[in-house]
Write a protein that binds this ligand. Structure first.
Ligand SMILES: *[C@@H]1O[C@H](CO)[C@@H](O)[C@H](O)[C@H]1NC(C)=O
Length: 465
């Protein structure tokens, strides 16, 4: 057949071309240097692509994309995803992929092809029980891989080999089966230079090794049959415990440990989520680089000296909705960069003298929902607030004595001082019995200047012990 007119020819060409949106996609694919060889069918069917059908924008609706100091974050947390969204969907190659709290069960070979630029990958709190050896192929820039709180029983070292830059690997709260197949992983984790790989991960089975840390278990024992010949007799609980193991962290002696009892998020800002964990104590070993820590809705009754001394990067600390009655004078020491402190809805009556002295940079202090007692013990807090006008505070109301209930604590202190400066005689009288009781506000102010503004050796504070 002969084509008779150039117009018809042009029409024919147009019909044969793919729609413009696909053209754009293909162009972007090239830009991302996508290794398409590994693209698998199940990934192409993935949620991302489904969600995008008929939409020419390069955004998976389930996820959001944002930049923070030059890095591109793709945030798909808590989106009920069961597969990895496709790598072609972003405006440029993501540096960080956040997939925590989804429903991913398996990671197949090539699941992250197209994500070769990733430096961190957060897969915590999914249901991953299958992880194929080639899944991380090409992730040569990845430094951080979070796999904690999943259902992994085994993992071969082979899966980690493609990631030469890996420095942080979290594997805890998975039901590790400490048998022969785990041998290569255990040996890798135990190489002394791999300091931050797989800390806190523990064996779930066999019974003889249950609770042992992968980093400490003797690799020679993995290939030995340790289990008793028949199942342990009696307790009905035993079998049940086995099947429900995955989500029960092994109880550790002494203080709970922050990394195992809380959820750690590293990007965009390191954050420790310990909300509603039934904690009766501040967990130990708070990683020094955590910036936000949420301890709200627990059962803390007191804060002890040095509870946060390792958490020197903390900028916000949420202690609301606990039963706090007492905070040791040195309980907040070391929190030199804290900006926000939420103490609302506790059982605090006053602050010990000196407890706030390290908080040079505090800007927000929430105090509501506490039974503040309007007597002399509350004066320290009010003077401290006066000396730190940059601190916005809320909820400081007298709870007792009854005649002051509901009044502002600051008004109470103010009227107290006024009354006292008018009755000099009684001041002297009282002053003899308890000089500290009548120290003037000027004197107090001097005493309470932050350590770094104070004259040298005026007195010595030993708050860090
Ligand atoms: C602290 O946690 C509570 C409850 O979890 C929340 O309502 C409150 O907004 C948090 N405080 C801050 C300052 O974010």
């Amino acid at each position: 057949m002969r084509v008779t007119s150039p117009l018809l020819l042009a029409l024919l060409v147009l019909l044969l071309l793919p729609p413009p949106s696909q053209l754009r996609k293909a162009g972007q694919g090239r830009r991302l240097k996508v290794g398409r060889r590994l693209l698998r069918r199940d990934r192409v069917r993935g949620q991302g692509r489904q969600g995008r059908s008929g939409d020419s924008r390069h955004q998976v609706p389930e996820c959001s994309e944002y930049s923070d100091s030059e890095d591109l974050f793709v945030d798909c947390q808590g989106r009920k995803l069961s597969s990895i969204p496709t790598a072609l969907s972003w405006s440029r190659a993501p540096d960080h992929l956040l997939l925590a709290r989804n429903r991913i069960r398996a990671l197949h070979d090539g699941a992250f092809s197209g994500f070769e630029g990733l430096r961190s990958l957060d897969l915590q709190q999914n249901r991953i029980s299958v992880l194929e050896e080639g899944v991380f192929l090409g992730l040569i820039h990845l430094t951080t891989l979070l796999l904690q709180h999943n259902r992994l029983g085994t993992l071969s070292e082979e899966a980690l080999i493609p990631m030469p830059a890996l420095r942080y690997l979290r594997l805890h709260d998975n039901p590790w089966s400490c048998r022969c197949t785990l041998d290569s992983l255990v040996r890798t984790l135990q190489v002394p230079s791999n300091r931050n790989l797989g800390n806190h991960a523990r064996c779930a089975e066999p019974v003889g090794l249950r609770g042992r840390k992968l980093r400490q278990v003797d690799p020679e024992l993995l290939c030995v049959e340790l289990e008793p010949p028949s199942d342990p007799p009696d307790p009905q609980g035993e079998d049940q415990r086995d099947s429900t193991y995955p989500l029960q962290p092994i109880p550790i002696r002494g203080k709970p440990d922050a990394t195992t009892s809380c959820h750690t998020y590293l990007f965009p800002t390191p954050r420790l989520d310990c909300r509603s964990r039934d904690l009766a104590e501040v967990p130990a070993d708070i990683p020094w680089d955590m910036v936000h820590m949420d301890l709200s809705q627990n059962s803390l009754r007191c804060l002890k000296a040095r509870d946060f001394v390792e958490a020197r990067s903390l900028r916000s600390l949420n202690l609301s909705d606990n039963n706090l009655e007492d905070m040791d004078t040195a309980s907040l020491s070391g929190l030199l960069h804290l900006h926000e402190l939420d103490l609302s809805n506790n059982n605090l009556h006053f602050f010990h003298y000196g407890v706030l002295e390290d908080l040079y940079f505090l800007s927000l202090l929430r105090l509501g929902g506490n039974p503040w007692v309007c007597d002399y013990s509350i004066h320290y807090l009010v003077y401290w607030l006066r000396l730190h006008p940059g601190v916005t505070h809320s909820g400081l109301l007298c709870h007792s004595p009854p005649e002051l209930r509901g009044k502002s604590v600051e008004d109470y202190v103010h009227s107290y001082n006024r009354a006292c400066s008018q009755t000099e005689h009684s001041q002297t009288e009282y002053g003899q019995t308890d000089p500290e009781l009548w120290v003037t506000s000027m004197e107090l102010q001097e005493e309470m200047e932050p350590a770094h503004l104070r004259g040298p050796q005026k007195y010595h504070v030993t708050r860090l012990n």
